[in-house]
Design a binder for this molecule. Structure first.
Ligand code: AMP
Length: 219
């Protein structure tokens, strides 16, 4: 299974990505995680990406395309993978297509989670992260045992700069500016599976599985 998962920021795509990876034994490749790690490590990539991310802007295509192409061209590239947060623009999708064709790899399906903007803002303003072990919490939906403190390592939780309301609105604007042509790109290849992203984590997961099954039945 080789999947791409898409969805607005805060649609729960990271959570669904992890569940799908566990279910199908795929390697989770998240460009957001790779970029955040680069920022934590103060690497040249991190220095180039930081301002874009803090402002809720997309990191330039060439930077992200290079990260992904490098990962896929390595001899140890995963046979089964789930890409989370990439591609995000038509240019990224086209460049990635060339990389895949060169490697004779095909995509099984593209899952697109659908969540309305007002729900996104409600969800993201409550999101908290542990700066040490990166565990995710939510003040309403997944509160830590002790308010503001990580259950695992007792570190004080923070709000990611790109989860602040103004930044969330910027990220949503970005998302809508690029998503339609991206969806169309995968719809034309008959890879697109649109999934209702409202409901509990398990309900959305069940919808993801059902849409993958439906796609298989069609083939
Ligand atoms: P995410 O964790 O996927 O929501 O990504 C967090 C941030 O990383 C985004 O708001 C962008 O600034 C940056 N980013 C992640 N993936 C990409 C991508 N494919 N293209 C451009 N920027 C990206």
């Amino acid at each position: 299974m080789r999947l791409i998962i898409m969805g607005p920021p805060g649609s729960g795509k990271g959570t669904q990505a992890k569940l799908l990876c566990d279910r199908f034994g795929m390697t989770h490749i998240s460009t957001g995680d790779i970029l955040r790690e680069a920022i934590r490590n103060h690497s040249p990539l991190g220095r180039q990406a930081q301002q874009f991310m803090d402002d809720g802007q997309l990191v330039p295509d060439n930077l992200v395309n290079d990260i992904v192409a490098e990962r896929f061209r390595r001899a140890d590239r995963p046979a089964k993978f789930l890409l989370d947060g990439y591609p995000r623009t038509l240019n990224q999708a086209e460049v990635f297509d060339v990389v895949l064709r060169e490697l004779h790899v095909t995509i099984t399906a593209v899952l697109a989670l659908e969540v309305p903007d007002d729900e996104i803002v409600r969800r993201m303003s409550g999101r908290r992260i542990c700066p040490k072990d990166q565990s995710l919490y939510h003040v309403t939906f997944k509160p830590p045992k002790q308010p503001g403190i990580c259950d695992i390592c007792q570190t004080r939780l923070i709000q990611r700069p790109d989860d602040k309301e103004e930044t969330v609105l910027n990220r949503l604007k970005q998302f809508h500016a690029t998503v339609d042509e991206l969806l169309e790109f995968y719809r034309r290849q008959n890879l697109l599976r649109e999934v209702n992203g409202l409901g509990s984590i398990q309900e959305v997961f069940a919808s993801c599985l059902a849409s993958l099954q439906a796609g298989k039945d069609q083939c």
